[in-house]
Ligand binder design. Structure first.
Ligand code: AQP
Length: 337
């Protein structure tokens, strides 16, 4: 039996951004070789930001299309929409009864996201989001969760909850998951404000590199990326956040190490680095974009992949939920006894 990996993305934009791709998707594709992989478009999570219904439907399919275009292979991995497997919401309720108010309140992403949408836009779902995320992971007896650095805290909560279930309900209730964070590309930053992470639903689209964006716009965004005034190409996350981010992206796509890039660009101007990087990014993203568009334009084919994935996911999820329902003391329906 191979170890199991689970990961997911929210359909909160029409296009994923380069941070989603480098921080997560690239690892997802690699892990298919060594792991039993389950990848989900977590559409229930996306409801926390009150999307327009038609927009949410379009984005859910587009997100799945980008998984497939990036190399997630439905012959080897389970790919599905979260809302197609009812056990996610059911386990989230159970887990919420194991989560302290204080520990839920410490999640920094809630603070960031609620500040973004303001008090009127902040719903309880945004607050309990990490509990639903823990349910997503624990349902599948997950060993490993590949995520970007921004999700580390949420994953810690999943681990704490898993350990608590095993203590209170007995060993073997759930598997305690580990995070898989690739440090070199753990966080890609916004091009305009390199102190903030790149986000697919960013307020300023100029700071984002979108997978499905027109290549001319991608090049424009890179060329107008914020840098600093001392004009030396060097890696220093604190003092030279903008240039360091460009070097991280360059290295991840081109294969040269950051040190090698710094040596190769010695004595050159920021403009040179940006022009070359724009070319690297555009040529990297073009086939990805073309393949995603093919899936987006074949919704019946895409839906059938997602339905097959959901059927397989349901088999695993229903067994976990039944085990936990039994251990917490719920009476099983006669059909399941
Ligand atoms: N900037 C980033 N650098 C590295 N990894 C990143 N991830 C996200 N941004 C970066 C990783 O991508 C996956 C996407 O997870 P998500 O869709 O659940 O939401 P998120 O982390 O909140 O991503 P976004 O792009 O910032 O979405 P919005 O704008 O909707 O909030 C995760 O594995 C994450 O670590």
């Amino acid at each position: 039996m191979k170890p199991r990996v689970f990961s997911a993305m929210q359909p909160t934009a029409d296009s994923l951004q380069l941070g989603n791709y480098l921080g997560a998707l690239v690892q997802w594709v690699r892990l298919q070789d060594t792991h039993d992989a389950i990848y989900s478009v977590v559409d229930l999570h996306a409801l926390t930001v009150a999307p327009d219904p038609e927009v949410l439907r379009r984005r859910s399919r587009a997100t799945a299309a980008q998984f497939l275009a990036a190399g997630v292979d439905p012959q080897r991995s389970i790919v599905f929409l979260q809302s197609h497997v009812a056990e996610h919401a059911q386990l989230a309720w159970l887990l919420s009864t194991f989560t302290g108010m204080g520990e839920a309140g410490r999640m920094t992403q809630f603070k960031d996201k609620s500040a973004k949408v303001g008090e009127a836009g902040t719903n309880v779902g945004l607050f309990t989001y990490p509990i639903l995320m823990a349910a997503d992971i624990l349902l599948y007896d997950t060993d490993l969760v590949p995520v970007g650095e921004d999700q580390r805290q949420h994953l810690e909560l999943s681990r704490d909850l898993a350990e608590r279930l095993n203590t209170r309900l007995g060993e073997g209730s759930v598997v305690v998951p580990d995070a898989h964070i690739v440090e070199s590309v753990a966080k890609i930053y916004d091009l305009q404000d390199p102190t903030k992470k790149m986000s697919k639903s960013a307020v300023s689209p100029k700071g984002t590199i979108e997978i499905l964006q027109d290549p001319r716009q991608v090049a424009k965004n890179i060329k107008s990326a914020a840098t600093d005034s001392d004009a030396v190409i060097a890696f220093d996350r604190e003092a030279k956040a903008g240039v360091s981010n460009l070097l991280t992206i360059y290295s991840a796509l081109d294969g040269r190490s950051v040190e090698q890039l710094v040596a190769d660009y010695e004595g050159k101007m920021y403009g040179h680095l940006k022009v070359d990087l724009a070319e690297v990014v555009v040529s990297y993203l073009t086939p990805l974009r073309d393949s995603a568009m093919e899936w987006i334009e074949s919704p019946a084919r895409l839906d059938s992949v997602l339905e097959e994935g959901a059927a397989k996911a349901r088999t695993i999820a229903s067994a976990t939920l039944a085990r936990l329902y039994e251990r917490v003391g719920l009476v099983a329906p006669t059909s399941r006894r």
